[in-house]
Design a binder for this molecule. Structure first.
Ligand code: UDP
Ligand code: MG
Length: 448
C-alpha cells in the first residue's frame, strides 16, 4: 500500500486524511488514483470494505476547482438512500478543509425541500436514480454541467427498476464527461451498459469478481425449516460466543417482521429492524442505533446489503440464502471491513441447497458446515409459505389487506397449527403472488 506522503494530494485533502488517521492508500485507491486523474473512463472492482469510496472521491476532489455556479459538476449514483447519506458524510469528512458543496438527494423525503436545497447550488450531488430523475423532470435540477459521473455498486444498479432510470439519466448528461463505476461484483449486464455508454474504460481490478475476503470466517448450518432456524438463531445469540454486533439478513419484509418480533421477545429492546416498508426516518434511526450500539441485533432485508459501512459488525447471519450469489458476497461484506476480522453464518434448508451451491461456485470454495447443536429444538410447525402450495381462489382485489399488525410470533405459531387455511392464510398467499411478480426487486427494486 502506498504511503500517503508519496501521493500527489492537495494539502487540504492530505490534512483531512490525517485527521481520519488514514496514512496510506488501499490497493484499489492506489491503482485508481492516477487513472481517474487522467480523465479516462474507469471500471473498478475490489472486494467489500477495501476503500472504494475514497478510491473515486480522492481524485475527483483533487481536481474539483472552487466554483459558485448553481449546477453540479459531479454526480454519484448509488442504489439506496442509506448509502446516499453515508457517502455525503464521507465527502464532508474529506472536504473538511475545502469549501465543497455536497448534497444528497433520495426518495422518502420531502421533494420540495430537496428542490430548494438543490436550487442553492451544489458541486457534488449524491443521489438515488429515482429521486434524481424526479428533480430533473420538475426542473429543480439541471445536469448540463456534470463532467464526472460515478456509479457505485453498478451491477445492482442494472437490475430491473434501475436500468431504465439510469438510461434516462444517461440521455440527459453531457456527452463529454468522465464515467467511473465501482463494485465488488460484476455481471454481464454491466458489460452491455459499458458498451453503450462508456468510452473504452480502463478496467482496474484487485480481485476477480466473487473473490471472498479471507478475513471473514464463513460457516453454514443445514436447518429443516423457518421455525427451526429461529430456534437455532436464539440458541447462538444466547450462547457463550461473543455476538457483539449482529446483522441478520432475511429475504423479505414480512419474514423480517416475524423474526424481529421473535427476537424482541427473546432479547428485548436491543433489537432493531430495517426494510423498505419503514419510513425513511425509521430506517435511518435503525442504522444509527445499530451503529452506536443502542441495538445489538439488526434484522434487515437486502435493502442494506450493499455498500453500507457500519463499524465493527461482529457477525452477519444469513437467515436464508439470497437468490443471487453476488448478494451473498455483499451481505457478508458488511463485516470484515478495512481488514478487520468478521464472522458469517448461513442457514439453509434443503430447498435452498442449490442456491448455496451457486454461491460456493461463485466463490470457488465450500462453506464449512456445522452440526446443529443438540439443544436446538427441531420444530415441525411450518409457516404458511412452507406449506404445500394451494391454489388461489380469489382475485387480486383483496391485496390491500395483507398485513396483520400486532400479531406476535408465538400467536403466529399457534395459528399455523390450525388446519383451517382461510382468512389470513389466503391473504398471505395472495401477497406471495404479488411478490413473485417483483422477484428481481429483491436485488435492486425501485424502493431502495
Ligand atoms: N478506509 C480505509 N482507508 C481509506 C478509506 C477508507 O481504511 O483510505 C476504511 C473506511 O473507514 C471503511 C472501510 O475502509 O471502514 C471501507 O471503506 P468503503 O466503504 O469505501 O469500502 P468499499 O466497500 O466501498 O470498498
Ligand atoms: Mg462501497
Amino acid at each position: 500500500m502506498q504511503a500517503l506522503s508519496e501521493v500527489n494530494l492537495s494539502t487540504q485533502l492530505r490534512n483531512a486524511m490525517n485527521d481520519l488517521a488514514f496514512d496510506k492508500l488501499t490497493p484499489i485507491q492506489e491503482k485508481s488514483y492516477p487513472v481517474i486523474l487522467s480523465g479516462e473512463d474507469v471500471v473498478g472492482i475490489a472486494q467489500t470494505g477495501t476503500g472504494k469510496t475514497f478510491a473515486y472521491l480522492l481524485p475527483i476532489l483533487k481536481e474539483l476547482k472552487f466554483s459558485n455556479q448553481v449546477n453540479p459538476r459531479v454526480l454519484v449514483l448509488v442504489p439506496t438512500r442509506e448509502l446516499v447519506v453515508q457517502i455525503v458524510e464521507q465527502v464532508k469528512l474529506l472536504t473538511k478543509y475545502m469549501s465543497t458543496r455536497v448534497l444528497g438527494v433520495y426518495g422518502g423525503t420531502n421533494i420540495k425541500t430537496q428542490a430548494q436545497e438543490v436550487g442553492q447550488g451544489a458541486d457534488i450531488i449524491i443521489a438515488t436514480p429515482g429521486r434524481l430523475y424526479d428533480l430533473v423532470l420538475s426542473r429543480a435540477l439541471q445536469l448540463k454541467a456534470i463532467s464526472k459521473l460515478v456509479i457505485d455498486e453498478v451491477d445492482v444498479m442494472l437490475d430491473l427498476g434501475f436500468r431504465f432510470q439510469l438510461k434516462n439519466i444517461f440521455e440527459l448528461l453531457p456527452a463529454r464527461r468522465q464515467n467511473i463505476m465501482f463494485s465488488a461484483t460484476m455481471t454481464n449486464e454491466v458489460d452491455l451498459l459499458i458498451q453503450d455508454y462508456f468510452d473504452a474504460p480502463t478496467q482496474i481490478s484487485i480481485a476477480v469478481s466473487g473473490t471472498p475476503l479471507e478475513n471473514i470466517e464463513q460457516s453454514c448450518y443445514s436447518v429443516v425449516n423457518f421455525n427451526t432456524k429461529t430456534n437455532l438463531l436464539a440458541h447462538l445469540l444466547h450462547g457463550t460466543e461473543e455476538y457483539e454486533k449482529v446483522l441478520v439478513f432475511i429475504a423479505n419484509k414480512k419474514s423480517a417482521d416475524v423474526l424481529f418480533e421473535f427476537l424482541e421477545n427473546e432479547f428485548g429492546s436491543r433489537v432493531g429492524i430495517i426494510h423498505s416498508n419503514k419510513t425513511q426516518n425509521y430506517r435511518l434511526r435503525s442504522i444509527e442505533d445499530f451503529e452506536n450500539g443502542t441495538t445489538r441485533i439488526l434484522v434487515a432485508t437486502d435493502v442494506i446489503a450493499r455498500g453500507l459501512d457500519i463499524e465493527a459488525i461482529s457477525h452477519v447471519i444469513n437467515f436464508d440464502v439470497p437468490q443471487y450469489p453476488e448478494n451473498y458476497m455483499h451481505r457478508i461484506g458488511r463485516t470484515g471491513r478495512a481488514e478487520q476480522a468478521g464472522k458469517t453464518i448461513l442457514f439453509y434448508t434443503e430447498k435452498e441447497l442449490t442456491r448455496k451451491e451457486s454461491i460456493e461456485a461463485l466463490m470457488e470454495l465450500q462453506i464449512p458446515m456445522m452440526d446443529l447443536p443438540a439443544e436446538v429444538e427441531i420444530s415441525a410447525v411450518l409457516t404458511a409459505e412452507e406449506r404445500p402450495h394451494i391454489k388461489e381462489k380469489y382475485g387480486n382485489h383483496k391485496l390491500a389487506q395483507t398485513s396483520e399488525p400486532g400479531t406476535s410470533f408465538h400467536e403466529k405459531k399457534e395459528k399455523n397449527k390450525r388446519t383451517n387455511l382461510g382468512g389470513a392464510y389466503k391473504r398471505e398467499i395472495t401477497s406471495k403472488y404479488k411478490k413473485a411478480q417483483h422477484k428481481r426487486g429483491n436485488k435492486g427494486g425501485k424502493k431502495r
